[in-house]
Structures are given as structure tokens and as C-alpha cells.
Ligand binder design. Structure first.
Ligand code: FES
Length: 294
């Protein structure tokens, strides 16, 4: 591909590279990502979509090995993002990005109705120009290294040396990412003293008026909502959207997800958009006038 075409694709390349690097890094740094019991974790996310996905058997199989699958997804996104940003093996990295986006489309976005409410189908198609054409040598570390090595004429084939360098860098990056993610998984949940462990008081029952809601920190460290829909009735739900884990907002008498427009009724049941399952309930009870996690 000509450098001119490479410059045309540069904004798309930078956007997709940054997005994938950010997505991979966010997952690796999120302590709940590898937590098998967290609604925002990769295992629960996979189980939530296994029934509706056309590749459900693969999703169920992957969920049984969630830490490996989760790390592969996160590290894959990070490697794709970094390679595309740096212009190293851009076509292969873009093909990887396309496959990842397609797998997201066939799982978490499959129930989006109409289909264009799910972003993954657009991301998959956005990868196609870069998969076909590459970077054209524009802002390409691979082009720079190959040219420099050829100039030095050190005997070894320059392309092979760049391949070795790229492979080594990818291995180091992947190993670092896996180490960070596994270390984060073992950290106590975010929120510190504010986290509500089972048996922890959330609020005095008398302090939450009927019809009101209160945001609090769930046992897993995620944001949650406590609702008081009727006298003597308290409901708590995890705020992680069951589509892709975005935090939902409680507005009026319902929940809305800002990411892809998923909506839930006041009890957390899906009323629209791509979420495949209701919001996860958190058991609560009233003990001595105090609402506590059960
Ligand atoms: S994360 Fe997609 S609708 Fe909530």
C-alpha cells in the first residue's frame, strides 16, 4: 500500500489501536475481571451470554477456563492495540482485532436489537481496511527498524531480526500483563472500608424513604443500588450492566446503561437493548431496623 493510503488510514489506525490498548489494559488492571463470582468478571459475563450466543458451546467451554480465556482476551487486545499503534505487523494485528471484535459480536452483542445498537459489529468492520492494506509504512516502527538494520548490513536478514524483536517484545508485554492481572486479582476489592461485606449495614431502614434509592459498594467492591420500592421491601442490585459491565444509572423508577442503551425496570429486569440477563440481585435483609447485606 502507498504511504498516501497509509496516511488516509492513520486516524482509524490510531483510534482502533488506542481503543484496544485501553480495553486490554483496563481489564488487566480491574481486580474484578478475573474474579469468578463478580458480575463484572469475565466468567459471569460469559455465562450470562452462553444461552443466547450462536457459539454458546464454545462460550460455556471458555467459561470453564475463565482465567485463561480472560487473560487471552485482555492480553490479545493489548498486543493488538500496541502493535497497531507502533506499526509493527499491522495487518496481522488488525486481523487479530477483527477476530476479537467478531467474537464479541457473536457473544455480548448478539442480542442487541436492532443489531446496530451493538458496537462490536462496527468495530469488526472498521478493522477490515487495516487487515487488507496495513499501515503503508506510515509511522511504522517496523519500517524504521527494517530500514535501519538493512543499512547497517549486519548479515542477518533484517525482516527476520524485526520478527525476533517483535516476538520478544510481545512475549515480555504478555508476561507483564498476565503478572499484573493475577496480582490485581489477589488484591482486596476496591472501595476499602466502604465495601459492604455480608452482614454489613448499608443504611438504617428509616433513613431510606419509600421510592428512594441509595448507591453503595457491593461485597465484590462494585457499585450497587439499594431500592426501597414499598414499605418493608428492600431490593439491592449490582450496578454492573449484564451486557458488557458498564455501570448502570438509576433514573426515576428504572435503570439505564449509558454504554449501549440497555434498560432495566425497577427490579432489574431487562426492558430493552442488548443486556442478555437481569441485573444481579444482592441479598439484603433488615436486622434491628438496619438494612444489611445477607
Ligand atoms: S454495557 Fe452494553 S448495554 Fe450496558
Amino acid at each position: 500500500m502507498s504511504p498516501a493510503a497509509g496516511r488516509v488510514l492513520l486516524p482509524l489506525r490510531m483510534f482502533l489501536g488506542l481503543t484496544f490498548a485501553y480495553a486490554g489494559l483496563s481489564k488487566l488492571l480491574d481486580p474484578s475481571y478475573l474474579d469468578p463470582s463478580s458480575p463484572a468478571g469475565v466468567r459471569q459475563q460469559m455465562l450470562a451470554v452462553a444461552d443466547t450466543s450462536p457459539i454458546g458451546f464454545l462460550v460455556t467451554l471458555s467459561a470453564e477456563h475463565a482465567p485463561v480465556t480472560g487473560l487471552a482476551i485482555a492480553i490479545g487486545e493489548l498486543l493488538v492495540g500496541v502493535a497497531v499503534l507502533a506499526g509493527v505487523f499491522t495487518r496481522a494485528a488488525a486481523a487479530g482485532g477483527l477476530l476479537l471484535a467478531l467474537s464479541f459480536f457473536l457473544t455480548v452483542s448478539w442480542t442487541a436489537d436492532p443489531y446496530y445498537l451493538g458496537a462490536d459489529i462496527f468495530v469488526a468492520f472498521a478493522w477490515t481496511p487495516l487487515t487488507i492494506a496495513g499501515d503503508g509504512g506510515v509511522l511504522s516502527l517496523q519500517r524504521f527498524l527494517t530500514t535501519t538494520l538493512k543499512r547497517r548490513d549486519q548479515g542477518l536478514d533484517a525482516n527476520r531480526r524485526v520478527l525476533l524483536l517483535g516476538g520478544s517484545a510481545a512475549t515480555v508485554l504478555a508476561a507483564t500483563g498476565a503478572t499484573v492481572a493475577l496480582a490485581r486479582r489477589d488484591e482486596p476489592p476496591a472501595g476499602g472500608g466502604g465495601s459492604a461485606q455480608p452482614g454489613t449495614v448499608i443504611v438504617a431502614a428509616a433513613d431510606l424513604a419509600v421510592g428512594a434509592s441509595l448507591k453503595f459498594t457491593a461485597p465484590g467492591g462494585q457499585a450497587a443500588y439499594l431500592l426501597h420500592p414499598a414499605a418493608d421491601t428492600f431490593i439491592a442490585v449490582n450496578a454492573a450492566c449484564t451486557h458488557q459491565g458498564c455501570p448502570v444509572e438509576h433514573t426515576g423508577d428504572a435503570f439505564r446503561c449509558p454504554c449501549h442503551g440497555g434498560t432495566y425496570d425497577r427490579d432489574g429486569r431487562v426492558t430493552g437493548g442488548p443486556p442478555p440477563a437481569p441485573l444481579t440481585r444482592i441479598p439484603v435483609e433488615v436486622v434491628d431496623g438496619m438494612v444489611t447485606t445477607a
